[in-house]
Design a protein around this ligand. Structure first.
Ligand SMILES: NC(=O)C1=CN([C@@H]2O[C@H](COP(=O)(O)OP(=O)(O)OC[C@H]3O[C@@H](n4cnc5c(N)ncnc54)[C@H](OP(=O)(O)O)[C@@H]3O)[C@@H](O)[C@H]2O)C=CC1
Ligand SMILES: Nc1nc(=O)c2c([nH]1)NC[C@@H]1CN(c3ccc(C(=O)N[C@@H](CCC(=O)O)C(=O)O)cc3)C=[N+]21
Ligand SMILES: [Mg+2]
Length: 286
């Protein structure tokens, strides 16, 4: 069997066309969605993702600006900037690119963002709402993965979903969203002994570690659905996922490629959250 691919890039293009219409309809009501991205330091990978966000914003008709700060920026300076953005009525969404330099407390920065402008869905108030199954800004990568599964009419309810990785931005929230969709969820991580014992049980396997070829054909069950979140730059300078794609696709029923899989959907869900933010904030004004 050769797996069917989910081309995130194509699905993203379809959703972006819809978002472009949504943005045009909002413009008719004088609502102009605006995203501010804050980038501290000069990590080349971060710079590349930020470019992707600017490109998508322009394509959809979301205005965006990028605030670039040196890696020497203090935590107080960053908190002051966020306070200013929180109070700026034309800023609907705030994204602080992670990781931040080591001298800055990441969680303190996330906590300082107005939850109504937290289009990443990382603020504790939004994480809590997600856990309670309430409507909120869902973290972009997990939200994008759910859209990818739904685009293939994958039945999530009752399935065993195994997640490799437990970061706050991917591993933990994708487990929660899959649980909200009634999957049986197993979280694995670096302290999990005999990882394969668990990955072999997965009907749906989500891999978010950051290590090339971390998951191979022999780690999965025949017919499993494999979602590869990893984005690694290998020794040859090539972009690869965490899954040994060439061999694993012969065993899986559905698989996502890297590049062109989860990544473009992450950015698209950020755009969706920004439009939602503009709509919500306009409705809140009396
Ligand atoms: N496509 C996209 O849109 C996105 C892609 N990414 C990519 O996804 C990958 C993961 O990102 P992120 O979640 O931020 O990464 P983190 O580094 O924050 O987390 C990595 C996770 O992998 C776990 N891990 C490490 N080694 C092993 C191992 N040997 N066995 C099992 N688990 C292991 C860690 O466990 P422990 O907690 O025990 O340390 C940790 O939970 C990266 O390649 C990143 O670039 C990230 C965000 C979005
Ligand atoms: N506050 C914050 N929010 C994030 O959502 C966030 C973050 N910080 N820090 C870093 C991670 C990583 N991330 C990616 C987004 C898009 C691609 C993406 O579009 N990838 C393309 C390839 C891009 C390329 O060519 O480099 C693809 O997979 O096809 C990848 C990774 C968002 N993150
Ligand atoms: Mg506005």
């Amino acid at each position: 069997m050769t797996a069917e691919l989910i081309y995130g890039k194509e699905l993203a293009a379809t959703i972006r066309r819809e978002l472009k219409q949504d943005a045009a309809a909002l413009r008719e009501q004088d609502i102009l969605p605006h995203l501010t991205v804050v980038l501290v330091g000069d990590d080349p990978a971060s710079r590349s993702y930020v470019r992707g966000k600017e490109k998508a914003s322009a394509e959809i008709g979301i205005s965006s600006d990028l605030i670039e700060l040196p890696s020497s920026t203090t935590q107080t300076e960053l908190l002051d900037l966020i306070q200013r953005l929180n109070l700026d009525a034309k800023v609907n969404g705030i994204l602080v690119q992670l990781p931040l330099p080591a001298h800055i407390d990441e969680q303190a920065v996330i906590n300082s963002i107005d939850p109504e402008k937290d289009v990443d869905g990382f603020h504790p108030a939004n994480v809590g709402k997600m856990m309670l199954g309430e409507d909120t800004y869902y973290p972009c990568t997990p939200y994008g993965i759910i859209q990818m599964l739904k685009s293939k009419d994958v039945e999530i309810a009752g399935k065993t979903a195994v997640i490799v990785g437990r970061s706050n931005i991917v591993g933990k929230p994708i487990g929660q969203l899959l649980l909200n969709e009634h999957a049986t969820v197993i979280h694995t991580h670096s302290r999990t002994p005999d990882l394969r014992h668990f990955t072999k049980q997965a009907d749906i396997l989500i891999v978010a570690v950051g290590r090339e070829h971390m998951i191979k054909a022999e780690d999965i069950r025949e017919g499993a659905i494999v979602i590869d979140v990893g984005v690694n730059r290998n020794a040859a300078g090539k972009l690869t996922g965490d899954v040994d794609f060439e061999n694993t696709k012969e065993v899986a029923s559905i698989i996502t490629p890297v590049p062109g899989g989860v990544g473009p959907m992450t950015i698209t869900m950020l755009m969706l959250n920004t439009i939602k933010a503009a709509r919500r904030q306009a409705a809140a004004v009396v």
